[in-house]
Design a protein. Structure first.
Length: 134
């Protein structure tokens, strides 16, 4: 099991694809299996709710609510650790700072360019490799 913050774009991709073998879908499956222990805080939950509820994304509300309930029940509420440098997209700061708060945790994202070069910031495919689930 690993500890990870999961960027919203991973969930959007997973729930919009019809390919259950995609890396994003597999990350979500591993989250539900308990192989990924998700880190979150109130700001991250608020973003998940906001983005995953956007009508144009057409994400099934039952799947969205099941995901959010799973995160709240099984995830680890974590405070942020301040990161003093600017990020390309400051809205992503919370995800990186929560990932920094726990030793040996990861940030899983489809937007590597939004974050500092850091071995803890990985793509969904890299997360699968880390878990031996390629």
């Amino acid at each position: 099991m690993v500890y990870a913050v999961i960027d919203t774009n991973v969930f959007v991709s997973a729930y919009m694809t019809h390919n259950l073998k995609s890396a994003t879908s597999k990350v979500v499956q591993l989250l539900f299996k308990g192989e990924i222990n998700i880190l979150y805080n109130d700001e991250i939950i608020a973003e998940y709710v906001d983005v995953l509820s956007r009508p144009h994304l057409r994400i099934n509300p039952v799947e969205r609510d099941t995901l959010l309930a799973h995160i709240r029940k099984n995830g680890i509420y974590t405070n942020r650790t301040s990161f003093g440098e600017l990020l390309i997209d400051e809205d992503d700061r919370v995800f990186y700072e929560v990932a920094l708060s726990e030793e040996d945790s990861f940030l899983v994202t489809g937007n590597l360019k939004h974050f500092p070069i850091d071995p803890r910031v990985v793509t969904p495919a890299q997360m699968l490799q880390i878990l031996g689930e390629e």
